[in-house]
Design a protein around this ligand. Structure first.
Ligand SMILES: [Zn+2]
Length: 122
């Protein structure tokens, strides 16, 4: 089993990620010379939202990505046939999260379904 990362290691990774983002933004000149408290709060929200969206993208990809079957039909339980992957968007309180959603077809029920519409479990 993989070793769990400690709370301190997680904080350390977030610190380095944020430091890297801030350094890049400063290099791009996105931050004003004389920052106000409002500018700083704006950056907290902007970067925080970007990180939150990326968490959504990566977690959702595990549930929606490609022909990762078998996926049972939500009505009859038979294995669905993978059709294609469609671009969709999840509207979250942190903004839109793009996702590539796999679409399946049940030959018995003659209907399409998205496995991602089912409860994701944990
Ligand atoms: Zn079915």
């Amino acid at each position: 089993m993989a070793r769990r990362i400690t709370k301190e290691e997680k904080e350390e990774r977030i610190k380095s990620l944020v430091a890297a983002i801030l350094a890049e933004e400063e290099a791009e000149g996105l931050e004003a010379r004389q920052e106000t408290i409002d500018d700083i709060e704006g950056a907290m929200i902007r970067i925080g939202d970007a990180v939150a969206r990326e968490v959504g993208v990566q977690k959702l990809a595990r549930h929606t990505g490609g022909a990762s079957g078998p996926h049972p039909c939500p009505h009859c339980g038979r294995a669905g046939v993978y059709l294609k992957t469609c671009p969709r968007e999840l509207i979250s309180s942190r903004g839109k999260v793009p996702l590539a959603d796999a679409k399946y077809y049940c030959p018995k029920c003659r209907r399409n379904f998205f496995p991602s519409d089912e409860p994701v479990g944990d």
